[in-house]
Design a protein around this ligand. Structure first.
Ligand code: NAP
Length: 150
């Protein structure tokens, strides 16, 4: 991958589901620092430690699972914030990460949802909304648990 980067075939390299210790290992030997780390992140899994680690190392955090995390779109707190803004729970969930400087990656096969998920830049969540979403963090993973990966 580094050869492709050096030759200009790739503009940036990224990793996925890396914990701080995995990035430490890479930084100890890599010639090219990863530009991005794609992980599960949403209101139920705030990834605070990883977020701070990535910020310190200037690695962008990219979030998946904002719409797909179990129970999140039915959460009464998320739904109440959505209703107050006249938005959907998915939009609130995605916007939460966007406003915290995290790139969000959403997937949908439904045209209406794809359009909805892109329409995030004509409303703002308040600090109070963001604090309520932050308080939902319970470390719940809906995808795989890589925290014990060697
Ligand atoms: N690196 C990794 O290990 C990893 C792991 C998981 C995912 N990913 C990537 O991350 C991206 C997103 O992944 P994901 O599919 O797991 O998570 P997601 O985008 O958070 O959730 C997708 C699910 O949420 C539904 N959805 C999407 N928008 C919605 C909306 N506005 N309202 C209601 N439901 C909505 C989708 O349904 P419909 O499609 O039926 O509309 C689908 O069931 C993908 O590109 C995936 O490849 C990477």
């Amino acid at each position: 991958m580094e050869e492709f980067h050096r030759d200009g075939v790739l503009r940036a390299l990224g990793v996925s589901n890396f914990e701080p210790r995995h990035i430490d290992d890479i930084l100890a030997c890599a010639g090219v620092k990863p530009a991005v780390n794609q992980v599960e992140r949403h209101a139920y899994l705030a990834q605070t430690e990883l977020r701070e680690y990535c910020a310190r190392h200037e690695i962008l955090l990219e979030a998946y699972g904002s719409a797909g995390a179990k129970g999140l779109l039915e959460d009464p707190v998320v739904r109440a914030i959505a209703a107050a803004h006249g938005r959907t729970a998915a939009q609130v969930s995605l916007k939460y990460s966007v406003q915290r400087g995290i790139v969000v990656l959403a997937k949908s096969v439904t045209e209406k949802r794809i359009a909805q998920n892109a329409k995030l830049f004509d409303f703002e969540l308040s600090e109070e909304d963001l604090a309520k979403l932050e308080a939902l963090d319970c470390g719940q993973r809906s995808y795989w648990d890589n925290s014990n990966a060697p």
